[in-house]
Unconditional design. Structure first.
Length: 262
């Protein structure tokens, strides 16, 4: 009798067989959810199984961030590159676990989905946790999502870990406040994302212009559907060198949460 993980991988191979151009992580998850009901396979088991499938299954690779494709659909040149990458990535595998339960507060319902989006779709983080509240305990605010990107032990060069912060806002009347908070996160973050509802159409162009000037990434999402927010990247963040005095200060304030990141 097949295990849950074996069932998931079998269905993934079936889905990818009909997708010669590949499929994004979020879409793959939705298709698996349709064929593997929660009562049969929990959502967390699916997430934990598919996030690093290119390392688990030799016939599957990632030609770009967040996209899965069968090796046979690649050109000979890209297939050779992918095979070399597979050899380099033969390391101990970890399963991403849910960090904390989603709060009943509307805005907080998007924290975990966005943390997963940073890891699995954008691949900006190797670990990310929902945070929010007043964890840092000062007027400068606390990121709603905090993540870290750590380079693999197999990478020829391994720079220091990068810290990624995100401010998520569902209230379109608070976009300027949200932008100001995102700016403050640059004190201790290498990269910062601002996440706002796609319905804020009249303000998006202005916010986008500000984000471009300050090197902040902009993400739009459907605030009426926390199960499938459909995050869409509008502007990628640029890397910023933080003030390491504040990096150390805020990481100390995280306490046990810092261990979940590092």
């Amino acid at each position: 009798m097949s295990t849950q993980k074996e069932k998931i991988i079998e269905q993934v191979l079936n889905i990818l067989a009909n997708r010669p151009s590949g499929i994004r992580y979020s879409e793959l998850f939705r298709e698996l959810r349709n064929v593997l009901p929660e009562i049969e396979v929990p959502a967390n088991t699916i997430h934990g199984t598919i996030w690093d499938l290119d390392k688990k299954v030799k016939d599957i690779t990632k030609p770009e961030r967040g996209v899965f494709i069968l090796m046979k659909y690649l050109s000979e040149e890209k297939r050779t590159e992918a095979l070399k990458k597979q050899v380099l990535n033969e390391t101990t595998k970890e399963t991403y676990k849910e960090i904390k339960k989603i709060s009943t507060i509307d805005e907080e319902k998007f924290y975990l989905p966005f943390a997963e989006y940073l890891i699995n779709d954008l691949e900006e983080c190797t670990r990310a946790i929902p945070l929010g509240g007043n964890k840092f305990g000062d007027k400068w605010g606390t990121p709603d999502v905090l993540g870290v990107y750590k380079f693999s032990e197999t990478d020829p060069m391994r720079p220091d870990p990068e810290i990624i912060s995100a401010e998520i806002k569902t209230d379109t009347n608070q976009l300027i406040t949200a932008f100001g908070q995102a700016c403050s996160y640059k004190l201790f973050s290498h990269k910062v994302y601002l996440v706002i509802p796609e319905e804020a159409e009249k303000d998006v162009s202005r916010i986008e212009s500000l984000c471009l000037r300050f090197g902040i990434g902009l993400i739009l999402f459907d605030k009426n559907n926390f199960k499938n927010p459909n995050f869409k990247i509008r502007t990628r963040t640029s890397k910023n060198e933080p003030d390491y005095f504040y990096v150390n200060e805020y990481l100390k304030r995280l306490g046990e949460d810092s261990k979940k990141l590092f």
